[in-house]
Design a protein around this ligand. Structure first.
Ligand code: ASP
Length: 362
């Protein structure tokens, strides 16, 4: 059989065209693969890592599952980012501590100073708002830092952890998330660290941002933002954890009718440098407690008036004349976040006016 040179030439040309077309498809695909953002998930424990004996029972223990198994349990999560996990702690967030906060903050600053594009933190929901607010004040980067958790343990029917984790990674990987401070992602919603509050004991919709509104939503990884958060945060914040090994003692006392004035002097005696009063209504307390507060502030202990009411701003010089009693208004920060700001504020000597200014701006 003779060789048909024309057919060979045509075949060669077809091969060449096919190769070029294949390259046109494959090269951008492989570049896109290489360009997946680098996200590190720091696990601290919580219900999201919790396990129970029955998928329909309410009994379970927080902080049982390790981060690698948690990542493996989320379908398609590795398509969103080049992921790595690190175990920082494995506790229920009722046991979250200043030590873990400091370790966490230092590790996040280290990672974000390098080539990591964003950080996700898995965390129990009980104190998640406090950790988020603490990190919001001490992280020195505008790269995304996102906390998430779950209300149902990993073994539960309709566990909410996997989708929360998927959405948190999507938020951390989104270029739109830069410069929005530390965020909390749960139940398809994106909250700012300043605004978010745990409002319900066990339902999956527990987190709300009642006074400021949501920052945005994230639906199966699709991120939409509505606004930027209120308050100074991250790169603009004056607070730092560098060289810090512990924080000054600040305690919270809960206001009620006929509240005992004994609590304030007891805390001062125990060594509290600051006291947050979760007062009634607009940060109010019994006349006797106000007098005890005045005594404490005259000795240099900082007393902040917050409120046990979940929503609203404690008015500066409202029913209580703060200048007269030496007290500080927490403004719209709830008692637990007011405590976080006060602990950081007390790392250096400041006047009452300076501390009040922090509460007006952070
Ligand atoms: N007690 C748990 C925790 O905060 C609750 C939760 O994660 O939802 O770790």
């Amino acid at each position: 059989m003779g060789i048909n040179y024309n057919t060979m030439k045509t075949n060669k040309r077809i091969n060449l065209i096919f190769t070029v077309l294949l390259m046109l498809v494959l090269v951008p695909y492989s570049v896109a693969q290489e360009k997946l953002p680098k996200i590190v998930i720091l696990a601290t424990g919580g219900t999201i890592a919790g396990a129970g004996e029955s998928s329909t029972g309410s009994a379970y223990t927080s902080g049982q599952v390790k981060i690698e198994s948690m990542i493996d349990a989320v379908p398609n999560i590795r398509k969103l980012a080049d992921l790595k996990g690190e175990q920082i702690s494995n506790v229920g967030s009722q046991d979250m501590s200043v030590k873990i906060w400091l370790d966490l903050a230092k590790r996040i600053n280290e990672l974000l100073e390098g080539d990591v594009d964003g950080v996700v933190i898995t965390h129990g929901t009980d104190t998640q708002e406090e950790t988020a607010f603490f990190l919001n004040l001490v992280i020195k980067s505008d790269k995304p830092v996102v906390l998430t958790g779950s209300m149902r343990p990993s073994t539960a029917l309709s566990a909410d952890g996997p989708l929360n984790m998927y959405n948190a990674v999507a938020v951390a990987a989104s270029p739109d998330s830069k410069g929005r401070g530390v965020m909390v992602v749960m139940n398809d919603e994106i909250h700012s660290a300043h605004a978010v509050k745990k409002m319900m004991t066990t339902p999956v919709q527990t987190f709300e941002s009642p006074q400021h509104g949501l920052l945005g939503t994230v639906i199966f990884g699709d991120v939409t933002y509505f606004h930027y958060p209120f308050g100074i945060h991250t790169t603009k914040s004056e607070f730092s954890v560098e060289g810090v090994k512990k924080l000054p003692r600040v305690d919270i006392i809960y206001g009620c009718a006929d509240m005992s004035p004994d609590l304030i002097p007891m805390l001062v005696k125990a060594g509290a440098k600051g006291i947050v009063v979760a007062g009634v209504g607009d940060g109010n307390m019994t006349e006797a407690t106000l007098e005890a507060a005045k005594k404490a502030t005259s000795k240099g202990v900082v007393v902040v008036r917050a409120s046990r009411v979940p929503i609203g701003t404690v008015l500066l010089h409202g029913e209580v004349n703060d200048a007269e009693y030496g007290t500080v208004s927490s403004m719209d920060l709830n008692p637990q976040k007011a405590r976080v700001l006060l602990m950081l504020a007390l790392l250096k000597d400041r006047s009452r006016e300076d501390i009040q200014n922090l509460f007006l701006n952070y």
